[in-house]
Ligand binder design. Structure first.
Ligand SMILES: Cc1ncc(COP(=O)(O)O)c(C=O)c1O
Length: 460
């Protein structure tokens, strides 16, 4: 398809300014400059094309969710067929074939006895649902005062009064929205590059993990329902905890009868080179796991809370002890079909294996960029990796969140046809169909863009 004309683009920008409140943005004069504003139009594989006909590498797989890559016709066809067959039923009353099949498929992929799947629509409502489920579980287990949740200081768990509160204090402007849902506490982040105790792994003895126990004890274990964390924190900067972290937190939860919720909204479905990072990298089975994003590779919204048998078994048939919770779009049959088809493609095309292989190639290639004066850290697993940028490697001083350096770097990357967002961290999380050849091109582009930007700001 040919790109749109200048006049059409101007008209689109005017409509956007007049009517479209894009999330987390207010149009500013810089953004609405037709030279600057990228309006997306179409995509295939790892690449997206804007309305001007520019073609970019999708460095972040959308928002870490287009795992199977863009333009998977099979998913579109399956969705179309399901829409014609049965678009929706009252999902509070009736199961559908796709929902049953998807629950059963997911139960076969997740670890241990995580046998039950509760569908939601977004990662945020999966997080909120998992917490609410945990509170009721504790009540039914004879602990009616257990309502609190302990998450990590550097975390992202979504929007809404529960998930936004659970999200660590370092994220977003909390001051406009507080107070959040009561009962949220935060323990130390397992973040070795910026350890809040200024310790080094392994001589630190994982004080970040034992901080979870300290929090539980200081709150009173009989008031804590659950501990929650992203298996590998994504949005706060791609932070893989040390290998012992999750097994230690698991043991702490078990000691006090507190549920462990691992948030795999980003990590799930092959992103880290394993189907799920909890067992794949940390040999840990949570009591509840939240998933979203890669479950449908973004072809339709869908999320879920997947729970172990002992959790589900606390809930009883009838009204009094069932989980009285559910939103209109939960278990949407069309989304379930998108997920089933997506998972089928991932299995057939061995995309999880590709994520592991190309991911380890990517990580070692990224290591070569450490020679840049602004690359402070390189980290990740599978195709979930990041470069952390710093003003000064010794002091680890960060650039401002909105810093001219970051803005210039984003522009330089655009010149190399690479599209991503930069907030002190360059996230490199491409679709799981990415090849090693594409990684070589990416590294070349990153190297060039970093070099040009450093030169411009005289950083040596
Ligand atoms: C780990 C994690 N949990 C929850 C969420 C919220 O998901 P959603 O944006 O679908 O509500 C996100 C979103 O990025 C996430 O990264």
């Amino acid at each position: 398809m040919s790109p749109i004309s200048k006049e059409e683009k101007h008209a689109l920008i005017k409509e956007a300014q007049d009517h479209f409140w894009m999330h987390a943005k207010i149009w500013d004069p810089n953004m609405v400059n037709p030279e600057m504003l990228v309006i997306m139009d179409q995509a295939k594989g790892t690449r997206i094309t804007d309305v001007d006909g520019n073609n970019y590498f999708d460095l972040m797989s959308g928002l870490w969710n287009v795992n199977a890559g863009h333009g998977q016709k099979e998913i579109a066809d399956a969705v179309y067929a399901q829409m014609q067959k049965l678009c929706y039923v009252n999902t509070w009353e009736y199961p559908t074939v796709p929902a049953i099949k998807l629950a059963s498929k997911l139960a076969s992929l997740v670890p241990g006895d995580m046998e039950y799947v509760y569908f939601t629509t977004t990662g945020s409502d999966a997080v909120d649902t998992a917490w609410m489920m945990s509170k009721q579980y504790q009540y039914l287990a004879g602990y009616p005062k257990r309502y609190k949740i302990i998450s990590k200081k550097r975390a992202y768990h979504g929007v809404g009064s529960g998930p936004h509160g659970i999200t660590g204090p370092s994220f977003f402007n909390r001051k406009y929205f507080e107070p959040f849902t009561p009962g949220i506490r935060h323990s130390a982040a397992p973040f070795c590059y910026r350890c809040e105790y200024n310790l080094s792994y392994p001589s630190c003895n994982l004080l970040c993990a034992t901080d979870v126990e300290r929090q539980i004890l200081s709150e009173d274990p009989d008031t804590v329902a659950a501990v929650m964390g992203e298996t590998i924190s994504g949005a706060p900067g791609v932070i893989p905890p040390p290998p012992e972290y999750w097994p230690m937190v698991r043991a702490i939860c078990d000691k006090y009868g507190i549920l462990l919720i691992m948030d795999e909204v980003i990590c799930g479905f092959g992103r880290t080179g394993k189907w799920f990072a909890c067992n794949g990298h940390y040999n840990t089975v949570p009591d509840l796991m939240t998933v979203a994003k890669g479950i449908t590779s973004a072809y339709l919204p869908m999320a879920a809370v997947i729970v172990r048998k002992h959790v589900r078994d606390k809930f009883k048939p009838g009204w009094a002890e069932t989980f009285q919770h559910g939103a209109t779009w939960n278990a949407h049959p069309v989304s379930c079909v998108a997920a089933l088809t997506n998972i089928g493609i991932m299995e057939r095309d061995k995309l999880v294996e590709n994520s592991a292989e190309v991911g380890s190639y990517l990580l070692s290639a990224l290591e070569s960029l450490r020679s840049h004066p602004t690359v402070g850290d390189v980290r990740g697993k599978g195709l979930m990796t990041a470069l952390e940028l710093v003003k000064n490697k010794k002091t680890k001083e960060s650039f401002e969140t909105v810093d001219p350096f970051n803005t210039e770097l984003a522009q330089q990357l655009r010149k190399s046809n690479i599209l991503t967002r930069i907030r002190n961290i360059i996230v490199i999380a491409p679709p799981l169909v990415t090849t090693k050849k594409e990684v070589d091109e990416l590294i070349e582009g990153l190297d060039r863009a970093l070099g040009e930007t450093e030169k411009k700001f005289s950083i040596k």
